[in-house]
Design a protein around this ligand. Sequence first.
Ligand SMILES: C[S@@+](CC[C@H](N)C(=O)[O-])C[C@H]1O[C@@H](n2cnc3c(N)ncnc32)[C@H](O)[C@@H]1O
Length: 476
Amino acid sequence: MKLPEAFEEKMRLLLQEEYEEYLQCFEEPRHYGLRVNTNKISTEEFLKIAPWPLRPIPWISNGFYYDGDHVQPAKHPYYFAGLYYLQEPSAMTPASRLPVEPGELVLDVCAAPGGKATELGAKLRGTGMLVANDISNSRARGLLKNLELSGTGNLLITSEEPGRLLPHFPKFFDKILIDAPCSGEGMFRKEKKMVKAWEEHGPEFFSKLQRSIVTQAASMLRPGGMLLYSTCTFDPRENEQIIEYLMEACPEFEICGMEGYEGFVPGRPEFTEGKNPELKKTVRIFPHKMQGEGHFIALLRKRDLACQKPGDPDAGRTGGKGISRAGKQGTAGKKKLPEELDAFLGGLRTDIDPCRLEIREDRVYYMPEGMPKLRGIRFLRSGLLLGELKKNRFEPGQALAMYLKKEEYENILDLSVEDDRVIRYLKGETLEVEDLVSAGAKGWYLVCVDGYPLGFGKLASQVLKNKYLPGWRWMS
Ligand SMILES: C[S@@+](CC[C@H](N)C(=O)[O-])C[C@H]1O[C@@H](n2cnc3c(N)ncnc32)[C@H](O)[C@@H]1O
């Protein structure tokens, strides 16, 4: 493979005697990774039902290698049930090293198509709020699908420059992940077209963009919060130098250590102006050191330089436009709900706080607590889309199906993965289910595969009318 000369020169400088070893890895095959969605299934349970051999990715607790030349995990009903996400192994590292806890307010600044955001959502376990942003509207659509498929509910998906989010979320988030747009040097082996893109827009181009993204994002982090910066490139101008720039612009930031792994290579302070030895706590992943592509990861904490009562989670948070941890009341909170919606919600075996329901143009949403007013922000989704009111009838939606656990809904049609009706359901066909329901049964049923929800269907006369989202259907 022909690499650009300037890139080769830089890598020689960066790797020295290891350079030949690095070049060798271009002759080796790429690695395929699968990350278990622990929001839906534990890693142990998934390993019991996994349809193909899997090998642990040693530095990711829920990550596994699979043989991508012989199996297609994206063509399996468990994929449609959101039990896992397919992701390059090194790319699993950033979200795994940002310590997100349930109940936190989390921002993924450059989130599409959702490789990291889906893991951050899983760590929140349906609590707190995940704001997933991407400047590209078309890419944000893919992000929306992936987050809904993963069952993430407490959600806001925006498509903005971070600077436009800032007035709404000053010092707001507990955790922020910036997986920055970059020159992609770490992906040269996996995607040859990245080399051409690098020739058009290299590290200088991206470092300007990264500087502006990190400083804007940093202002949205509350004092005491943590920020993880990552790229899939090697160049210090996009890595250590960005962290140096951020720490100069915002001196309250300090670099933190993270859970290590023998293949992680410490950052290189000598490639920065200030040569701060703390930069050694940042991490580079090289493909000749580990079974994964190239990455850079830095974890930082924003120290609280002002006086703060210990244990006060709101200390330092300024609150932005109408933001408070208590949240604002949903529009449906005080009103009487349409009868069919009320009956449907009554059938859910999970706590629904009526104050968090919002009805907008016939769509019913369940809003996260603490959702700010969104005036002026381009967003694709705010809250969990429960379904639609159609002439006062209520039709539950796909996002709700993916959010629910089997035991959280009363009417279940649970099919075994061996049952050919699973694929027929995913293709949008009507199903005969007289073996599974009694003669008089009717209404909305949650279709599951081996106990994991796939979508809704409407039952009448032992026939299930298919309500699987057309855009998500199984293509043969
Ligand atoms: C490396 S990709 C993100 C991959 C994603 N985190 C994942 O794990 O699936 C970088 C993303 O940044 C987005 N982007 C580029 N410039 C941006 C900006 N100024 N603000 C927000 N997002 C931006 C791109 O559209 C792209 O989707």
